[in-house]
Design a protein. Structure first.
Length: 572
């Protein structure tokens, strides 16, 4: 830079009271002798702090100053910024791409007056550059955080295309009791497949994924993460690594790596930052090889509190009245992935205590609860739901949880147990609450047994919650709310930011309909009426349907109207 710019900077620093004339003269003397930028020299000599220097530059140049502590230096995810500005270029020039909008790229840099650097950025990115200021130390940390994590998986994937299958070994390590991901960077030089699998799991956990899908096809592998109920594609490794990756997963899950014809199930215990995470592994054979699905169960991120799951106040009161009954049958219904298990665990978490003997039979046990006796079924040795329940009755239980009612025998034992002084909780796969009653009668349960035993049926779904950081208010177009009864002045829709990986949604919330089996419903059960009639009478009695429950979440600004309708229109 020309000396005049340095002098102007020095004068501003004097005016701000950060340095005096003697400091400036000494810094200029060092600059004449050694060269370099005046600002850096002032910082090196200890006359001014780096943050103060950048703040003054921001004021002088009218360019925003981004501090690491404000999260402003976190690049947007999913925009391919690490490809636009490669890691080596970012480190060499101390620049960090933050976001891209159309042809404009916002870049944090220490020296926004370096026109050559800005021109180089323009050439490699193909975008116009919008510079913002940051300190050198902040840039170094932010670059390490961004490229160190998001880039490692991409680099491992890219490297996989240069490897030959014959150079890989998937059995060189003995099976570990736990997989530690804390030393991920230190293990970067280990066998490529080991590193690759570790990175796939680590990134999935970092992005709050519930499942990892590794699927083989004719000429490629598909790698997908399920986040908030939706599947998102991730750049996959090369096809020739498929066998090695699946073998590595089998070793970790203690499965038979030689068996490729039959499905296998196992589990991996992962520890990350002293946080235990269970991973359920399912392997199935397909025409192009074995598909692996890893279900991530992060106990620390699951909220087992009825107050925080999403139930309305009135619904909570009805559920609490039922679960505090001394005996009876409670069903939670919904499709796979609708949060039934979480609701049941939250119920157990609320009613457990030293005065109650609680026993569960599950397939599999998803979360371990202190103070609850949990049994996992093993059909291959005869330990089925029905067999377990028969043994449970000799264990003096107060509360029994049955993971799922799948057949007549299990349903009969549940009902008989509830009629003989036990509180029984279980799940069914039905679309709504009234359908659970007709389903039980369809599989062979007599109405005269079902009517007096059933206390309550809770049907539920999960809606994606709007990201609180970026959701935006809007006014729907005229006619868009036709036939939709909503009492809201403001509506919100997704926008997308780095906090939600540009999806506009972060986390999920439960919507539900709670049908209490009162004397009127009991009479209808005895009459074997249709589920439509049951539904009609339950609504007349005040039952809020799934559709109505979803609209309440829209009114509260929790979710968008589009999300609510996409999940519930089919059950209204």
């Amino acid at each position: 830079m020309p000396r005049e710019k340095y002098l102007r900077l020095g004068e501003i620093l004097i005016q701000e009271g950060l340095i005096d004339s003697a400091h400036l003269d000494k810094a200029i003397g060092v600059q004449k002798q050694d060269g370099g930028r005046l600002g850096e020299i002032l910082v090196r000599l200890g006359f001014v702090k780096e943050e103060q220097m950048v703040a003054i530059l921001s004021k002088q140049l009218n360019i925003p100053y981004y501090a690491l502590s404000t999260d402003a230096l976190k690049p947007e995810i999913g925009q391919g910024l690490d490809v636009l500005v490669p890691r080596d270029f970012a480190l060499k020039n101390l620049v960090l791409p933050l976001s891209r909008h159309l042809r404009s790229l916002t870049v944090a840099m220490f020296d926004p007056l370096d026109l050559i650097l800005i021109d180089n950025l323009r050439k490699i990115s193909g975008c116009e550059i919008n510079p913002v200021l940051a300190t050198k130390s902040s840039l170094l940390k932010a670059i390490e955080l961004f490229y160190g994590k998001s880039q490692m998986l991409q680099e491992a994937v890219d490297a996989s295309y240069d490897l030959s299958l014959t150079t890989l070994s998937t059995s060189e390590e003995a099976p570990e009791q736990e997989l530690s991901l804390d030393k991920l960077i230190a293990r970067a030089e280990e066998a490529p497949v080991i590193k690759l699998v570790d990175l796939i799991i680590r990134q999935a956990i970092d992005e709050r994924a519930s499942d990892i899908h590794i699927e083989p096809f004719k000429s490629r592998i598909s790698l997908r993460y399920r986040i908030d109920g939706r599947l998102y594609e991730v750049p996959p490794p090369t096809k020739h690594l498929h066998l090695a990756i699946v073998s590595r997963i089998k070793i970790l899950a203690k499965l038979d790596i030689a068996e490729k014809r039959l499905p296998q199930d196992g589990a991996i215990l992962v520890r990350i930052e002293e946080r235990p995470i269970d991973i359920r592994v399912s392997i199935i054979p397909t025409i192009y090889g074995e598909k692996a699905v890893l279900r991530i169960l992060d106990r620390s991120s699951v909220v087992l509190d009825l107050n925080q799951l999403g139930f309305e106040q009135k619904q909570q009161e009805l559920i609490r009245k039922a679960i505090n009954s001394p005996y009876g049958l409670i069903f939670v219904t919904g499709p796979t992935g609708s949060g039934k298990s979480t609701t049941l665990y939250a119920i157990l978490n609320e009613i457990k205590g030293p005065t109650k003997n609680i026993i569960t039979v599950e397939d599999p046990v998803e979360y371990k609860l202190d103070g609850v006796n949990q049994v996992q079924i093993k059909p291959e040795i005869g330990l089925t739901f029905a067999a377990s329940l028969r043994s449970f009755l000799r264990q003096d239980p107060d509360v029994m949880l049955v993971g799922e009612v799948r057949d007549l025998e299990t349903a009969q034992i549940c009902i008989r147990s509830s009629l003989t002084g036990h509180l029984v909780l279980s799940t069914l796969h039905t679309n709504d609450a009234p359908s659970a009653i007709t389903r039980l009668m369809d599989i062979g349960i007599e109405p005269y047994l079902l009517a007096p035993s059933l206390l309550i049926v809770v049907a539920q779904r999960l809606l994606r919650k709007l990201c609180p950081e970026c959701k935006e208010a809007y006014e729907p177009e005229k006619g868009a709310l036709k036939n939709i009864k909503l009492n809201a002045e403001l509506f919100y829709r997704p926008k997308g930011c780095k906090n939600c990986v540009n999806t506009g949604y972060r986390g999920r919330v439960c919507i539900s309909e709670v049908m209490v089996v009162n004397s009127q419903i009991q009479e209808l059960i005895n009459q074997k009426v249709s589920f439509q009639k049951l539904r009609e009478v339950a609504k007349q009695g005040g039952m809020q349907t799934l559709y109505e429950s979803s609209l309440r979440k829209v009114e509260q600004g929790v979710t968008s109207l589009e999300e609510a309708l996409s999940v519930t229109l089919g059950v209204e």
